[in-house]
Design a protein around this ligand. Structure first.
Ligand code: ADP
Ligand code: ASP
Ligand code: MG
Length: 241
């Protein structure tokens, strides 16, 4: 028995049917006796839609209000996922970044996680609840909402794994691992079984959006292994360690 951190990206939580597929991965770990923390992204293209809607109003939004707006997608996913888990008779509770809190610096739109207060997560574990955390968002010391940069839910998951001292961070996505190139664009791309933090950092910095570059930096700094695997297909995935 341990702490398992699983993150599910936008396509993994895109609709109700997929939310129930996500529940299977979560309950499988919970049923083994693990404490499970789940990090979710916004459903499908929700964040893109919010940014488009913002641009109908202004191209120069207040950075603070930009983050208030674009952080909301994750709140929807987190609440819906808890409702699905409840429907399956599992106890679960959602937390937004500000509720834990996940403290960041003030760099709106690309904020850096400084620390996470894990007290409410531990309390939820004591009540045998599955914990669902909204990815991509945090809060400043002054109480203002921040976001971590596009794709930032990966970083939420790795940071939670680090602060909870979980063995690994599992990143579930729409591909079955990290490839030598984007497998959706290059049919000859080969899948890696294992990568070092530096190898993965190079790829993430060169645009391999399968992992947010800051999540890899965080993982390297705190020595948290990351496993990238598919929500929809069985298989080992890729381990970054
Ligand atoms: P999520 O919504 O789960 O966070 P992303 O869209 O952010 O997923 O990242 C997964 C996508 O990353 C894949 O669908 C794939 O097209 C793309 N991708 C780009 N480069 C790579 C790579 N080297 N290996 C795997 N996937 C890659
Ligand atoms: N929803 C955010 C985005 O689209 C964060 C994430 O998906 O990780 O960038
Ligand atoms: Mg992503």
């Amino acid at each position: 028995m341990g702490i398992v951190v699983q993150k599910f990206g936008g396509s993994s939580v895109s609709n109700t049917e997929n939310l129930y597929k996500v529940c299977k991965h979560i309950t499988e770990e919970y049923d083994k006796g693990n404490n499970v923390v789940v990090v979710v992204s916004a459903q499908g293209k929700t964040t893109d839609r919010l940014i488009n809607e913002e641009s109908e109003i202004t191209n120069e939004p207040s950075l603070r209000e930009h983050d208030v707006l674009v952080s909301v997608g994750e709140q929807i996913s987190a609440a819906k996922l808890v409702m699905c888990l409840n429907k399956l008779n599992y106890k679960a509770i959602s937390f937004m970044g500000w509720q834990l809190p996940i403290y960041t610096n003030q760099n709106y739109g690309d904020a850096k996680i400084i620390t996470i207060n894990t007290k409410r997560i531990s309390e939820a574990f004591e009540e045998n609840k599955i914990v669902v955390v909204a990815g991509f968002q945090g809060i400043t010391e002054d109480g203002d909402i921040t976001t971590l940069g596009r794709g930032g839910s990966d970083t939420t998951a790795v940071a939670l794994a680090a602060f909870l001292k979980a063995e690994k961070a599992y990143i579930f996505t729409d591909v079955d691992g990290v490839y030598s190139d984007d497998p959706n664009k290059n049919k000859n791309a080969i899948k890696y079984k294992q990568l070092s933090y530096n190898e993965m950092l190079d790829m993430a910095n060169n645009g391999a959006k399968v992992l947010h570059n800051k999540s890899v930096e965080f993982a390297k700094h705190y020595q948290v292994p990351i496993v990238v695997k598919s929500t929809f297909k069985n298989g080992e995935g890729t381990i970054i360690k």
